[in-house]
Structure formats: structure tokens, C-alpha cells
Design a binder for this molecule. Structure first.
Ligand SMILES: NC(=O)c1ccc[n+]([C@@H]2O[C@H](COP(=O)([O-])OP(=O)(O)OC[C@H]3O[C@@H](n4cnc5c(N)ncnc54)[C@H](O)[C@@H]3O)[C@@H](O)[C@H]2O)c1
Ligand SMILES: O=P(O)(O)OC[C@@H](O)[C@@H](O)[C@H](O)[C@H](O)CO
Length: 544
């Protein structure tokens, strides 16, 4: 059986095998979506299919919404060519519950997909209420946009430049209102998107390439809002065991692809059951009744607290700890790491002892309960094919949010003692050790992609496993220095360009008073094979 319009005409085949099917009239919804589109989503990746698309399907099924989703892909259009189009925009969501049961849902709420150039008309339409984004943390960057600033809205080439160009069309069409909703794991994600739009609008107005009122429009919250959000649902890359379930049902053509841009995509997505979407309720052109699909609408302050709780404390920092140490220790699955006492002890330390005291209770979700569930139900879920390698992707972009915010809180609060921090500096040191691309057995290790890879490679090239600082004169004689042979200060100086980079850590670690501790842990873990495990174990026993 194939997943497409034709295959889905045989509803009985699917229902007999336990699939939930769309209940709405897809033809009518496609027409309505073409006529009066309401919601365009940028970033046709896994989380989009697993969460917003499924939620919209629920509302279409209940007749609460009449229009579905338009998917936009401006970074990796191979996803559309190889996954969306061959399956008429359908995908299968496989929910992997912690009790081992599986729920299979055919999601048909995406009705069309376009590259960014295909959205020009849609952005002028009165009906458009939401443009949402899951384009990863690095998607919001404006560096390298100098040409766009000179060329103007119609000829922009960067991702954010093209989005700003679409917004300019909406402005020219009558300053129409819209909510631009970032759903990425960045702190104050709405502001990241606003800053990018403001930069383009400012430059274009300044260079006489856009009408003067454009900047005013972009920054007028009653016209263009950038609500903050907190999104949570662990959605790993498509897994082989899940593919097997679908193939055993008799489905064909479901194999995952890895695109040239390294996106892991498939006509199916696999995700956990647990999900939260907390959104600031700021939608100048109105919005669907998404609360009926469980979205939590609230004020900005509450979103900020919920996001700090999840992204900066109770989930994502722990994920990054499992990512760097999991790769170093040779793990391929997050749930396996949760059987490792040293790792669980590190997570408990970062979560309960170091993170929680810096968190403000958002009220709508209890931080301690949330953390308990992450550690006892969600991460250990053996059915979820999540890997440290997925989470290690782009770590340089994540550390400032996942750890920097907590460090800042410690710096600012008279009640919090920076000297108590052990687990957080160990993860930062672990990441530097990870960047050496050698695992804890001393074997070369492939690193996950990272936009700063090249620069970090250059900055860290003088340090090699064995704890040795590869000084010019030693390199020649091929001598290996034992760690005790290298003064800590030399290692620290070699690490200085990275440790002091607030763009990576959110703060200059020297100013935060953590540079020495990170150096100490790093030096120990780089002293030779087995030392990552040794250092972790010592921390777990309270010897660090
Ligand atoms: N997967 C999860 O568990 C999860 C949960 C909550 C939030 N998120 C957020 O969603 C983001 C995407 O996750 P996913 O699982 O869909 O990943 P994915 O790899 O399946 O998809 C990534 C999407 O981002 C786009 N993208 C990548 N780099 C880009 C760039 N430089 N500019 C513009 N677009 C770019 C890709 O084309 C693709 O559409 C994450 O980075 C995170 O911020 C993910
Ligand atoms: O999606 P990223 O790359 O920002 O981060 C990797 C994971 O930590 C993340 O996807 C979590 O699974 C997610 O944030 C859970 O809600």
C-alpha cells in the first residue's frame, strides 16, 4: 500500500491495521486553503509534522477549522521533492508511548507546500493569520545579508531576507495584520524573529529600497506580532524500528532519506506522546481555536517562565549533557544512556541542584514535576529512537540558551552561589572535549554538523588527546606531554578565545568566574582514554 491520495481511498485497509485517518473532506479543505489560506509554516521538518500538523488535523476533523496548513521550505527543498510531493503531502505520525504501545495516525492537514518564492501571493491575502517557524536556532541569523541589504526586498537571497521580503508584500498590500510565530528552542524566540525582520526593514528603508512606513509596520505590534512560544515534544529522526512496523503493515516507499543538507526526513515521523505548546496570545489578525487542540495560550511573562523552565533548565540542558557525553562514551540511544548511573547522576545534579534554584515557577506547569517526568518517563522511554548524535547537532548555537541563562541568573542573584556549579561547567568542558573528535576510547569520532565547526577546529587545534598542548616545538619532536607536564594556565590560555566567547556561552566564562573550573575538567578529560568516564564518575561520587 502506498501513502498518497490513491492509497487512502481504501480506508478499510488502513483502519484494519489500526491507523487513524483524517475525517475531514480533504478536497473541500484544499480548495478553502487555496482560496483563503490561514496558516503558513516555515520549516517542513519533523516537529512540524508531529505537532502543529497533527493539532490542525484534530481541529479540521472536528469542523473547528476549515483551512489546513501550507508548508514552506526555503532551506532544504529536497524535503518537499522527496517526502512531501510523492505522498501528496500526507505523512504518518507514529506515537511511541512509554508503555510500549504505538499509535499510528495519517496526517493530511498539510494541503500544499512551496519554496519561499511560491508564497508571494499568499502573503498579500486578508485571510492569512499565522506564519510559524521551526527552522532551528541558526535559521534566524542575519550575518551574510549585506547583499540583501543592498538589493532590496524583491531580490533577497538569505532565508530571513526572503521572509522579510514576504512581509514587505503584505505591507504593500495594505499593511495587513499577521502573527509571526517562532516555535524554535531559542530563548525569547519571538524577539529573535522580530530582530531579524527589523534589521531588514531598517536597512531597506535606510537604503531607499522600501517605503518608509515598512519599519513602522514591522514594529507595530497591533499589525505584526511576534508572540513568544515554548514548544515541547521529543521528535527524533525517523527510526529504523518504526519503519519496520510500517513495512510489516504492508506500507511501501516509507524509507527515510538524508538530504544533501543533512536533514533526516521520511514520509513518517516518530515522536513521544507528551507535548506542550505554550503561546503568548497575540494574534492581530485573529487565530483558530487552537486551545481546543491543547495549546496553552497565555501572556508573555508566563511563556518566558515556561520556556526558561524547559529550554534553560528541566529538559534541553539535560539533553545536551546526554548529547556530548553520549557521543564521547559511544552511546547511540538516549534511553540507553538513562541506564548509566554516572550520566543520570550528572543530570540530577544539573537539574535539581543547579538548575531548579534558578527557575521561577511559571504556574501553568510545575518545574519539579516536569523534571521528574523528563528523568523518569520521557528520556528513559526505550521505544523512542532518539540519539545523542541528533541532539549534538549545532551545539555551539544552543549552549548560550541551555546553560548561559542559568549562569547569568547565578551571576545576578545574591542568593545563588556560583561556586556550587559543578555539573554545568562539566558539560561545557565535555563539549570542548567532544570537539576534539576523539571518543573516550581514543578512537576518532564523527561530529554532528555545526555552523561553527570550522572556526572551533582552528581555535582548538593546538590541543590534542593525551592532555597535551601541542606547542610548535613539541609538535616537531612528536612528544606527548602528560597533563601534569602542562601548566593549567597554558591550557586555559589556549582555550581563551572560546571560553571568553559570549556568543557561544551567553557570557564570557572568565567574567562569570567559571573559566578555571571548565579548564580543569577539560584538562582532566583530555588527559587520555577513559578520562571522560573517570571525571564523570568522580563527580557522581561527590569528589569534584
Ligand atoms: N525535534 C524536536 O524534538 C523538537 C522539539 C521542540 C522544538 N524543536 C525545534 O524545531 C527545530 C526543528 O526541529 P525538527 O525536528 O523539525 O528538525 P528537522 O531536522 O526535521 O527539520 C529542520 C527544519 O529546519 C530547516 N532548517 C535547517 N537549517 C536551517 C537554516 N539555516 N535556515 C532555515 N531553515 C533551516 C530545515 O530545512 C527543516 O525544515 C529545532 O531546531 C528546535 O528548535 C524541535
Ligand atoms: O531541536 P534542537 O536541535 O534545538 O534540540 C535537540 C533536542 O534537545 C530537542 O529537539 C528536544 O527534543 C525538544 O526540545 C523537546 O521538546
Amino acid at each position: 500500500m502506498e501513502l498518497n491520495e490513491k492509497g487512502l481511498r481504501e480506508r478499510k485497509w488502513w483502519t484494519e491495521r489500526g491507523y487513524r485517518l483524517p475525517e475531514f473532506d480533504r478536497k473541500a479543505v484544499r480548495e478553502a486553503t487555496g482560496r483563503e489560506p490561514v496558516w503558513v509554516h516555515f520549516g517542513a521538518g519533523n516537529i512540524f509534522r508531529a505537532f502543529p500538523a497533527r493539532a490542525v488535523q484534530e481541529l479540521l476533523d472536528q469542523g473547528i477549522m476549515d483551512q489546513g496548513l501550507v508548508a514552506a521550505e526555503g532551506y532544504d527543498t529536497e524535503i518537499l521533492e522527496r517526502v512531501n510531493r510523492p505522498h501528496d503531502e500526507y505523512s504518518v505520525l507514529v506515537t511511541l508511548k512509554a508503555d510500549g504501545t504505538v499509535e499510528k495516525t495519517v496526517v493530511g492537514s498539510i494541503l500544499a507546500s512551496y519554496g519561499l518564492g511560491g508564497l508571494k501571493e499568499i502573503f498579500t491575502m486578508d485571510s492569512l493569520q499565522i506564519a510559524s517557524f521551526t527552522i532551528t536556532e541558526k535559521g534566524y541569523g542575519v550575518s551574510g545579508a549585506e547583499e540583501d541589504f543592498k538589493n532590496g526586498p524583491d531580490r533577497a537571497k538569505t532565508y530571513m531576507g526572503q521572509v522579510a521580503g514576504l512581509l514587505y508584500r503584505r505591507f504593500l498590500a495594505g499593511r495587513k495584520p499577521i502573527a509571526m510565530v517562532s516555535m524554535d528552542n531559542c530563548s525569547h524566540n519571538g524577539d529573535r524573529l522580530l530582530e531579524a525582520m527589523e534589521t531588514f526593514a531598517g536597512k531597506w528603508c535606510e537604503n531607499g529600497l522600501a517605503d518608509r512606513g515598512f519599519l513602522e509596520y514591522v514594529t507595530d505590534r497591533s499589525r505584526v506580532a511576534f508572540p513568544w512560544t515554548m514548544i515541547d515534544k521529543i521528535t527524533p529522526r525517523p527510526g529504523q524500528d518504526v519503519l519496520k512496523i510500517l513495512e510489516e503493515d504492508g506500507l511501501t516507499g516509507m524509507e527515510p532519506v538524508v538530504t544533501a543538507k543533512n536533514t533526516y526526513a521520511a514520509p513518517f515521523v516518530n515522536a513521544e506522546e507528551c507535548e506542550y505548546l505554550v503561546i503568548e496570545d497575540d494574534f492581530p489578525n485573529g487565530r483558530p481555536a487552537l486551545e481546543k487542540a491543547g495549546f496553552l495560550f497565555t501572556d508573555r511573562e508566563t511563556v518566558e517562565k515556561a520556556e526558561k523552565m524547559k529550554v534553560c533548565t528541566c529538559l534541553n540542558p539535560l539533553h545536551t549533557a546526554l548529547a556530548v557525553f553520549g557521543c564521547l562514551l559511544g552511546y547511540k540511544k538516549i534511553s540507553e544512556e538513562m541506564k548509566d548511573r554516572d550520566l543520570v547522576s550528572l543530570l540530577r545534579r544539573i537539574g535539581y541542584e543547579e538548575g531548579l534554584p534558578a527557575v521561577t515557577d511559571p504556574g501553568i506547569l510545575d518545574p519539579r514535576e516536569f523534571l521528574d517526568t523528563v528523568l523518569t518517563v520521557r528520556f528513559p522511554n526505550p521505544f523512542l529512537p532518539d540519539s545523542p548524535q541528533r541532539i549534538a547537532t549545532d551545539t555551539s548555537q544552543k549552549l548560550s540558551v541551555r546553560f548561559g541563562e542559568t549562569i547569568k541568573t547565578y551571576m545576578e542573584s545574591p542568593d545563588l552561589d556560583m561556586d556550587r556549579l559543578r555539573g554545568i561547567p562539566l558539560v561545557l568542558a565535555g563539549w570542548l572535549r567532544y570537539r576534539m573528535a576523539v571518543d573516550d576510547d581514543g578512537r576518532p569520532m564523527e561530529l554532528s554538523p555545526d555552523p561553527m565547526a570550522e572556526r572551533l577546529g582552528r581555535q582548538l587545534e593546538r590541543i590534542q588527546l593525551g592532555g597535551c598542548l601541542q606547542m610548535e616545538h613539541i609538535r616537531e619532536s612528536e612528544h606527548v606531554l602528560r597533563p601534569e607536564g602542562v601548566p593549567g594556565s597554558e591550557i586555559r590560555e589556549a582555550l581563551r578565545p572560546v571560553l571568553s566567547d559570549a556568543a557561544i556561552f551567553g557570557v564570557d566564562l572568565f567574567k562569570a568566574g567559571l573559566a578555571d573550573r571548565v579548564t580543569e575538567y577539560f584538562t582532566e578529560m583530555a588527559a587520555g582514554p577513559g578520562m571522560v568516564r573517570g571525571t564523570l564518575h568522580a563527580l557522581g561520587k561527590g569528589e569534584k
